[in-house]
Design a binder for this molecule. Structure first.
Ligand code: BES
Ligand code: MN
Ligand code: ZN
Length: 496
């Protein structure tokens, strides 16, 4: 996909181009839509009078070979209320234009949107890049007509030069989200812990420090919970430690991100039902997001020290697998009775969080995990669950979430639910019973942060999309969280 920034006076691209312009709610044409209407002899106005197009988001008018216009097609997209047309609106309109044009048969898409400053034009480029993501490496028989036809997107802006400069950063955002999407999309026979680690090691060229711990090292550290989850798999477990030192002082206190990387979750001996089990290839989505985030911080040379920790395991049933009733000792010294081997993510994170806190003493830790089906019951598929012991951190995350269009909803950590995790045989058990399952999972994690500022994002709801209604998110791996956490770092934790 080639993205170019062109002057507002440049041609639309001729017969091979789709020209996309906007209209706002109430049928208010943007200046560019008005110009197109005029050139096409009032075709847009007539079409609006003869139909139901009123400029609402999701609506579109599509004109084939419009007479009088320098384009093969004209697309008028609804952009919603005019005063709500913000940076995110630009991004979504650009993504919608790509979605509407990609299968048109034409090769160029020209965006003429109102008042695209350099920053906003770059944001439109980001929208297009995210919308155009495909994971097609295993589709060997795809016919050309099944592939998108649009190969070049021209974005008209007041400032093509500065827009190109601003797009360098947004292109890094897109590349990193797509890096995460690729990891999360890979099947588990290809992306097992060692392969995941290898793909992260390949990022050293960007200036990231990457360490890969094996099972012997983790045993020495006392990570009995993480190792217990992986012990039924023929694939070795790994802990990946990624460091980005972008602050003036390389020893300055870092921010830290910890990801659940269960490369496949069968449930273990507490095995899951067959139907839908294939979804558990994306149970490493949290680790995928942390990897993409660290890639992005390095690519844009963020002025911050950041740590990313990935707990990589495969949860399999086997003669060597951990059993219900087993008691494991975590790195923290706390013991856990494993009632259900399918509540494995929290066991992996227990050791990863403790290790992170002990070694790096970070400003805060944010963990990401496809942790519970219950979060989908609570919030549906459009919101991730946010849990935090620190209001300032939670508020920072909520603000970043709004700016980047990755919704989160804060959930409680009620201390009175702690007793649901009590075990007669160990310090705690790994499940809290049927009700409030996402909350008891988060309360479990909280026992391994030792009071440090911490937030937990349960992304079981948002890491993967089926039947997406978001123009920037094609079906499949979403890369949820990369943008949100990048924004948090950028707005709150970077040096000037
Ligand atoms: N990886 C699953 C959670 C999940 C479910 C992610 C659906 C994405 C989509 C997790 O390891 C799990 O199995 N959780 C159990 C916990 C239960 C045993 C307490 C669950 O949610 O059922
Ligand atoms: Mn599980
Ligand atoms: Zn899992």
């Amino acid at each position: 996909m080639e993205i170019e920034f062109v002057s507002e006076r440049a041609g639309a691209g001729g017969a091979v181009a789709v020209l996309a312009v906007l209209a706002f709610e109430g049928g208010v044409l943007s200046p560019e839509a008005e110009a197109a209407d005029k050139a096409a002899g009032g075709a847009v106005t007539r079409a609006m009078a003869a139909g139901r197009f009123g400029g609402a988001k999701g609506q579109a008018l599509d004109f084939l070979a419009p007479a009088g216009l320098d384009a093969g097609r004209l697309l008028v997209l609804g952009a919603g209320p005019k005063d709500g047309f913000d940076d995110l609106g630009v991004e979504q309109a650009a993504a919608s234009a790509y979605q509407a044009a990609k299968g048109s048969g034409l090769t160029t898409l020209t965006l003429r949107f109102p008042s695209l400053t350099a920053e906003r034009a770059a944001r439109a480029g980001l929208g297009v890049r995210l919308a155009a993501y495909r994971f097609d490496k295993y589709r060997t028989r795809e016919k050309p007509e099944q592939k998108p036809s649009v190969a070049r997107v021209c974005i008209a802006t007041v400032d093509p030069g500065p827009a190109k400069v601003a797009f360098a950063e947004q292109a890094a955002v897109a590349d990193s989200v797509c890096f995460t999407r690729d990891l999360v999309s890979e099947p588990a026979n290809v992306l097992y812990p060692a392969e995941f680690a290898k793909r992260v090691e390949a990022l050293r060229g960007l200036g990231l420090e990457v360490e890969v711990l094996g099972e012997d090292e983790m045993r020495k550290l006392g990570m009995g919970a993480l190792l217990g989850v992986g012990q039924g798999s023929v694939r070795d477990s790994h802990l990946v430690v990624i460091q980005w030192k972008g602050a003036a002082d390389p020893a300055a206190q870092p921010v830290a991100f910890v990801g659940k990387g269960v490369c496949f979750d069968t449930g273990g001996i507490s095995i899951k039902p067959a139907e839908g089990m294939e979804d558990m290839k994306w149970d490493m989505g949290g680790a995928g997001t942390v990897a993409g985030l660290m890639r992005l911080l390095a690519a844009r040379k963020a002025k911050v020290n950041a740590v990313g920790i990935l707990g990589l395991v495969e949860n399999m049933p086997d003669g060597a697998a951990q059993r219900p009733g087993d008691i494991v000792t975590t790195m923290s010294g706390q013991t856990v009775e494993v009632i259900n081997t399918d509540a494995e993510g929290r066991l992996v994170l227990a050791d990863a969080l403790w290790y992170c806190k002990e070694r790096f003493k970070p400003k805060f830790m944010v963990d990401l995990a496809t942790l519970t089906g219950a979060i989908i019951v609570s919030l549906g598929f459009d919101y991730a669950g946010l849990f935090s012991n620190d209001d300032a951190l939670a508020e920072g995350l909520a603000a970043a979430s709004k700016a980047e269009g990755e919704p989160v909803w804060r959930m409680p950590l009620p201390p009175q639910y702690d007793k649901l995790l009590e075990s007669p045989a160990a310090d705690m058990k790994n499940i809290g019973g049927r009700w409030g399952g996402s909350i008891t999972a988060a309360l479990f994690l909280q026992k391994f942060v030792d009071g440090a500022p911490w937030a937990h994002l349960d992304i079981a709801s948002t890491a993967w999309k089926k039947g997406s209604t978001f123009p920037t998110i094609p079906d499949g791996a979403t890369g949820f969280g990369v943008r949100l956490l990048n924004r948090l770092v950028k707005d709150k934790y970077e040096e000037a």
